[in-house]
Design a protein around this ligand. Structure first.
Ligand code: ATP
Ligand code: MG
Length: 421
């Protein structure tokens, strides 16, 4: 894609939410646009990142054997009354209709998915079931001030699983935990799985997936040696304690919760009478788990964890493009024509070879183009100018690496092939 075709522009001005690094960089680079507190539109470059994150999640969910659905955002009040959450879920948006009726705006989908699955599951032969969706959620958050980390409208992947036994649920829960760790690793993040309370959902088994960054609102105990971790909200350990698993040193760090998994037990299946008939013909309630990932928060967390003073630094799998191609014009007309034909050929060759290329074809200064390349944060920058062409080369620069080198035009495809691995 040519940068001149994208309608957004980079900007030097800070948004109102400037204390948050992710909001500042995402807005300045034209990845998102703030509509009001906690509500963002996703623009071409930002949407490409979000789509890639969602693609990774979708792949891993499908590997678990879960099927994708899209449930409704407008939800019946009766369902929320049935679980008692109409009055207890503090951030629930309640929407009045002109008919006098009220609805809930989807902040989570237990109230929809449980009766939905109940319409199809009758016997043990119908279980297990796992369904997920990637969808916009709404929550009436009071503290919507951390950019896309805490929105009032935000993206979430929510997976729900239904089982005929606790053992089956436990086994699936463990598989989801592993899939989550793969998802976050593919997004370039070092994530710790920590014990959590279960908050609004249940008092049973629950784990959070925490990215360490100072933008985090949670305080997490993590062990230096082993995998032990606990959210301080529920911790059985306190400052100064050693790790209860290995005796190692416990650190207290700030974290952002990018995912959360819960063993819900029968909390929702009992009120919705979701049961099954076992092989002996007797009825029992179904065991249920739910598993969330904040997709838009995940993008914001990547920015928080991976940036420098110049801008964002996208990991390869989620970068909006693989290559940022920069052409610098020359004052000499003949040379300029050579630069243009050479960069156009490179642009087409790279795309034919299957690479996603963002070509900065704007009529802008070298300084502006290079600063924007750093801000946008694509992992590889390739520059064509009078200077490089005199050497029949292009300039190769990896984001986050200070070394700049010349690579000959003939070798460029091969070099990218190696870089991508
Ligand atoms: P938090 O404690 O941060 O308010 P939560 O525990 O209420 O989040 P869950 O109900 O577990 O959130 O939702 C699943 C995931 O959705 C969270 O792990 C988080 O990544 C994401 N998420 C929750 N609330 C928001 C929000 N307001 N904005 C963006 N992402 C969110
Ligand atoms: Mg949570």
């Amino acid at each position: 894609m040519k940068l001149s075709q994208i309608f957004t522009k980079t900007t030097k001005t800070h948004p109102a939410d400037a204390e948050s690094v992710n909001a500042r960089l995402l807005v300045q680079a034209g990845f998102v646009h703030q509509e009001m507190a906690g509500v963002y539109s996703w623009l071409p470059l930002g949407l490409r990142v979000l789509n890639k994150v969602e693609g990774i999640i979708r792949e891993e969910m499908n590997l678990l054997g879960a099927s994708e659905v899209r449930m409704t955002s407008l939800q019946p009040k009766e369902n929320w009354l049935k679980t008692g959450r109409w009055d207890t879920f503090d951030v629930l948006f309640k929407v009045p209709s002109q008919t006098g009726k009220e609805y809930a705006l989807g902040s989570s989908h237990e109230e929809i998915v449980t009766p939905l699955v109940g319409a199809y599951v009758k016997s043990y032969k119908d279980l297990p079931v796992a369904v997920y969706q990637i969808q916009t959620k709404f929550r009436d958050e009071l503290r919507a001030k951390s950019g896309v980390l805490r929105g009032r409208e935000f993206g979430m992947k929510d997976l729900y699983s239904f089982h005929s036994s606790q053992e089956d649920l436990d086994a699936f829960y463990a598989r989801v935990a592993k899939a989550y760790m793969r998802i976050f690793a593919r997004c370039g993040l070092d994530v710790k799985m920590v014990e959590a309370s279960g908050g609004n959902f249940s008092k049973k088994n629950s784990h959070e997936f925490q990215v360490h960054t100072d933008a985090g609102e949670d305080m997490i105990f993590t062990c230096e040696n082993c995998n032990f971790g606990q959210n301080t909200e529920v911790a059985t350990v306190k400052e100064g304690d050693v790790c209860p698993i290995c005796g190692g040193v416990l650190n207290l760090k700030k974290g952002v919760e990018v995912g959360n998994i819960f063993d819900l037990g029968m909390k929702y299946t009992v009120p919705f009478e979701l049961g099954y008939t076992d092989s002996a013909g007797s009825r029992s309630p179904v065991y249920m788990g739910c598993y969330g990932i904040g997709t838009t928060r995940l993008v914001g967390s990547i920015v928080e964890a991976l940036h420098d003073e110049r801008g964002m630094m996208w990991p390869r799998e989620v970068a909006p493009f693989a290559v940022h191609l920069v052409s610098l014009s020359s004052r000499d007309e003949e040379m300029n024509a050579r630069i243009m034909s050479s960069v156009m050929e490179l642009y087409e060759n790279l795309q034919s070879a299957g690479y996603e290329v963002l070509w900065d074809d704007r009529d802008a200064s070298a300084g502006e183009k290079l600063a924007d390349a750093d801000l946008i944060g694509i992992p590889l920058r390739i520059l064509v100018s009078e200077k490089t062409l005199r050497e029949n080369s292009v300039e190769w620069k990896e984001r986050g690496v200070s070394e700049v080198k010349l690579v000959s035009v003939e070798d460029i495809l091969q070099a990218i092939e190696v870089f991508k691995k």
